[in-house]
Write a protein that binds this ligand. Structure first.
Ligand SMILES: *Cc1c(COP(=O)(O)O)cnc(C)c1O
Length: 376
């Protein structure tokens, strides 16, 4: 039997405790206000988040999956349309495309950054698919920005909307510009373990395009421009006041928390590269915010068990590529063999990563990895 995990792979409770006083006060403020849906907290958080990303509009929604679905719908993507994305992602990216009624087309990743390979996107766009190419969803996976310059260039050439999936990249930048400020529209998740995490569900859509912002607001609440009068058919996907108040506190600490993640990552890389581990690669152009710190090894399962037996929690993000999962296998168009996607799935391992992980704890993780290497 393994000992109880002493160092978990993520730790949302530690982040709550780190800011407990302010979060408790924010919760009490909402409870006392008597206003629990779409009020001052959501409005303020939307403004603060838009300013943080550097875009004009932000619209709070219920979760990250809804944020993607509503972004697609705001762009007019629906039945008969093709949306290009990756198979190496949270299933939500692909699920949202189908929820919008469109057809996902999955392309391979770059083996170094684990994000969409623009060359694979280009090949996929040259293929005669059954449907109308309408949008591309790059995913800034693990907190590493996708190659937005190449992807935007291809999207412009093919008149595609670019919808960034920023569920893992709150605060990551490319060429000094935030992820979420590159495409036509972008979606964020505030699932508790994300870099900016609620104490429950939450999501956000950001855009600089006023027409897309307006359509998103309508879709978000019954198509209402005026209360009780639906202009267009819509649904209900609201961020609530409690989560917005909590997220306003946490947003103020996001940059500092991301810096802590980067310090832990630097410590990991420093020791592990020397020992021959395959570690995340930093690029001068981007600021990686390490939602996950992912190494890869051909003996991944053995390593995972070894660490687990020493009280170190790890995870595999994700254990099966979307196109191989029972819900999608054989049904979703896949552009060329997804060689690097399928290789990654077999080899990746996410090490413990959260801002409150101390450097001493990170060193303990490193020592276990080095001991495993020696034992081989
Ligand atoms: C978490 C996540 C989502 C979905 O967010 P939810 O809030 O859980 O719906 C979408 N895409 C990616 C890449 C994610 O990591």
């Amino acid at each position: 039997m393994s000992p109880p995990i002493q160092i978990p792979s993520s730790n949302p409770k530690a982040n709550y405790l780190a800011h407990k006083g302010e979060i408790d006060a924010a919760i009490a403020r909402v409870l006392e206000s008597g206003w629990y849906i779409l009020g001052r907290e959501v409005q303020s958080f939307e403004q603060e988040f838009a300013a943080y990303i550097g875009v004009h509009d932000a619209i709070g929604v219920a979760n990250g999956t809804d944020a993607l679905k509503l972004s697609l719908q705001a762009c007019g993507v629906g039945v008969g349309d093709l949306v290009f994305t990756v198979s190496h992602t949270a299933v939500a990216t692909v699920a949202a495309i189908e929820l919008a009624g469109a057809t996902p087309v999955l392309v391979d990743i770059d083996p170094v950054t684990y994000t969409m390979d623009p060359n694979c996107l280009e090949d996929a766009l040259a293929h005669p698919w059954d449907g109308t190419p309408k949008a591309v969803i790059p995913v800034h996976l693990y907190g590493h920005p996708a190659d937005m310059v190449s992807i935007l260039e291809l999207a412009n050439r093919h008149a595609l909307y670019v919808i960034e999936d920023c569920a893992q990249s709150h605060g990551a930048t490319l060429d000094g510009r935030m992820t979420g400020a590159w495409g036509d529209i972008a979606s964020f998740s505030f699932y508790p373990t994300k870099n900016l995490g609620a104490l429950g569900d939450g999501g956000m859509i950001v855009t600089d395009n006023p027409a897309l912002a307006e359509r998103t607001r309508l879709l978000q609440q019954y198509g209402w421009r005026e209360r009780y009068i639906s202009d267009i058919p819509g649904g209900n996907s609201r961020l609530d006041e409690l989560q917005a108040a909590i997220l306003r506190v946490k947003l103020r600490f996001l940059d500092a928390d991301n810096e802590k993640r980067r310090s832990i990552a630097a410590l990991y890389t420093d020791h592990l590269v020397k020992a021959g581990f395959s570690c995340p690669v930093l690029s001068k152009k981007s600021r990686h915010i390490f939602h996950q710190y992912v190494i890869c090894s051909s003996r991944r399962d053995n390593l995972k068990t070894y660490l687990n037996e020493r009280g170190i929690g790890t995870n595999v993000h994700y254990p099966q590529a979307v196109h191989e999962q029972p819900a999608y296998a054989g049904r979703i168009p896949v552009s060329a063999p997804l060689t690097y996607t399928e290789k990654a799935v077999r080899e990746i391992l996410s090490l413990p990563m959260y801002p409150e992980l101390t450097l001493e704890q990170a060193k303990f993780v490193v020592d276990a990895l080095l001991a495993w290497k020696k034992s081989l």
